[in-house]
Write a protein that binds this ligand. Structure first.
Ligand code: P6P
Length: 333
């Protein structure tokens, strides 16, 4: 009988500061995830899951029916968990939920929703943070704390299977939702990312917008065995962060979403608080690395809840190599 998520949470968080509220929160998040997954499978409430609502979120992304449903489901989960604050891609700013809670959640309730209508795996990405008394008095500071402060991080994938990829600081674990066992059961006790990448993951249509260093790095990958890397590299890119991250966690590789010259893309596309930080914690806990190209993601001091960050993560040696390409001043020649 595989270990249940409940058994894992009890053992991993026993005696930890905020252990019980974090365990409780993860259980509530799982309930919301199952609701979202069931809605996807049933084709949604209005039968047009991917249908646009004619509104946009704080980031200008067109909201889909399922975006709003997911945001509501996870907002309820956060309230039921006693969180003090809820910071969501779908909300303009921090939402205060309780005066008593000592935890906050930064969340992308439905990441990759542009893929709904193509039946590609999408997901929910979350980051659980501590809230100090000073931060309670000044809500804008709650989501301006670096990723190294995270107490837990994870993502759900709504694909052929419903997975929870989770860390509470003791490694990265994969749980599978199994109705047969009546809930989430442990599938992988401790993920370990292959240190030597065989694949890279990037939206190559942006190649012409990247700076010389990144283009040199990609060129050397594409040169394969005849080039300076002297070996072949594959490429996989889903365009759904949870799908790309899950693949890299399970078989290694390196993901790049660099900043580029275009207005609005100087810091790339991905958000620091509820995409890069949680994925970075999961990847580091699995022995990988995550940076903005040069700085460790978890050390970056955020300035706002929705800020974007260039994002590189995966096999540690490859992330470190990219930093060397960026530092190579000769490349500007
Ligand atoms: P692009 C999905 O919309 C998302 O936020 C991430 O899930 C994904 O990694 C990225 O955007 C894909 O962006 O520009 O390649 O479509």
């Amino acid at each position: 009988m595989p270990s249940s998520l409940d058994a894992y949470l009890t053992s991993a968080l026993e005696g930890a500061a905020s252990g019980r509220p974090i365990a409780d929160a993860i259980r509530h998040l799982c309930t919301a995830a199952v609701k979202v997954r069931n809605t996807i499978i049933e084709g949604g409430t209005s039968g047009d899951l991917g249908g646009q609502r004619g509104e946009t979120n704080s980031d200008g992304d067109i909201q889909k029916e399922l975006d709003v449903l997911a945001d509501k489901a996870f907002l309820k989960a956060a309230k039921d968990s006693g969180f003090a604050f809820f910071g969501s891609e779908e909300q303009e700013g921090p939402v205060r939920l309780s005066e008593d809670g000592d935890l906050a959640i930064a969340i992308d309730p439905l990441d990759g929703s542009s893929n709904i209508s193509t039946n590609v795996s999408i997901g929910t990405i979350f980051s659980i943070l501590p809230v100090s008394a000073e931060q309670k008095a000044n809500p804008d500071t709650v989501f301006r704390q670096k990723g190294a402060n995270q107490l837990a991080a994870g993502f759900f994938t709504y694909g052929p299977q419903l997975h929870l990829v989770l860390t509470v600081g003791d490694g990265t674990h994969v749980f599978l939702f199994s109705p047969k066992f009546g809930g989430f059961v442990e599938q992988t006790a401790s993920v370990s990312i292959e240190p030597r990448a065989k694949e890279f993951s990037a939206n190559m249509s942006n190649y012409r917008h990247w700076d010389t260093h990144i283009r040199n790095y990609i060129d050397d990958l594409l040169a394969g065995a005849e080039g300076p890397r002297e070996r072949e590299f594959g490429m996989r890119y889903v365009g759904s962060l949870v799908a790309d991250a899950y693949r890299i966690l399970t078989r290694g590789g390196v993901f790049l979403y660099p900043g580029d010259e275009r207005k609005g893309y100087q810091k790339g596309r991905l958000r620091l608080m509820y995409e890069a930080n949680p994925v970075a914690m999961l990847v580091e806990q699995a022995g990988g690395a995550a940076s903005d190209g040069t700085r460790r993601i978890l050390d970056i001091e955020p300035e706002s809840l929705h800020e974007r960050v260039p994002f590189v993560f995966g096999s540690k040696r490859e992330v470190e190599r990219i930093a060397r390409y960026i530092a190579d001043s000769d490349a500007l020649a």
